[in-house]
Design a protein around this ligand. Structure first.
Ligand SMILES: Cc1cc2nc3c(=O)[nH]c(=O)nc-3n(C[C@H](O)[C@H](O)[C@H](O)COP(=O)(O)OP(=O)(O)OC[C@H]3O[C@@H](n4cnc5c(N)ncnc54)[C@H](O)[C@@H]3O)c2cc1C
Length: 189
């Protein structure tokens, strides 16, 4: 049983996974590798001069794997809520169990629809429909959270990544029963 399953390894999902894994939560990321970020070339990502979308996605995956999150390249076909959390059905890797589910599926809303997550009209250019999530990232289904493009935030990597981090911090804080921060301190030379 994983603490947190994240569907999607674009900026939103990978950033959520980085925080979750670094916080010591047993984390799995399942991603079909078909995100919009792979078509981008970014020059407006704070702290980075320029990066190609495919490189950004690869670096994100390496970052969360470094802290122990599992990465599965697969399609999630379905997810069902049960008493302990969620049963997640993948195309090639069978069934995965997790207590919390973060949807970071970009433009893909099929899984959210199967789970019964409420939706609404999107406000961003070319984003017709998004999931209804509160300020913390919670959807109408207890234990299902939404982050990034699918949650309706501005479609820019710095924002979707920040939103993924925000949602993960909220999940971690709820699991820990107190607010969580992840601050590494620079040691004097
Ligand atoms: C052509 C183009 C150029 C862009 N240029 C810029 C730019 O210059 N600067 C900028 O800031 N932003 C740019 N963007 C936008 C930027 O890429 C997005 O804001 C951001 O990366 C989206 O992040 P995300 O994590 O929400 O979604 P995505 O990166 O789309 O990731 C979603 C992931 O979820 C996976 N997924 C979905 N459903 C399932 C499922 N059922 N099972 C398993 N996996 C699933 C997908 O395969 C995908 O990997 C550009 C976008 C495009 C299309």
């Amino acid at each position: 049983m994983f603490d947190i399953a994240i569907i999607g390894a674009g900026p939103a999902g990978a950033s959520a996974a980085l925080f979750a894994a670094k916080a010591g939560k047993k984390t799995v990321v399942i991603d079909s590798g078909k995100g919009m970020t792979k078509r981008a070339r970014l020059e407006n990502l704070y702290g980075i001069q320029e990066v190609s979308g495919p490189d950004l996605v690869d670096i994100g995956i390496q970052q969360f794997k470094k802290f122990g999150a599992a990465y599965i390249k697969d399609v999630v076909n379905n997810a069902q809520k049960n008493d302990a959390g969620f049963t997640i059905t993948t195309e090639k890797n069978g069934v995965i169990e997790a207590k919390h589910l973060i949807l970071a599926t970009g433009l893909g809303l099929d899984l959210a629809e199967k789970l019964g997550v409420e939706m609404k009209a999107g406000t961003e250019p070319r984003i017709k429909t998004v999931l209804v999530a509160d300020a913390e990232g919670k959807t109408n289904i207890d234990g299902v959270w939404a982050a990034g493009t699918c949650a309706g935030v501005s479609v820019h990597a710095v924002i979707t990544a920040g939103d993924g981090a925000k949602v993960a911090i909220n999940v971690i804080s709820e699991m820990n029963g107190e607010r969580y921060v992840d601050h590494d301190i620079l040691q004097p030379k």
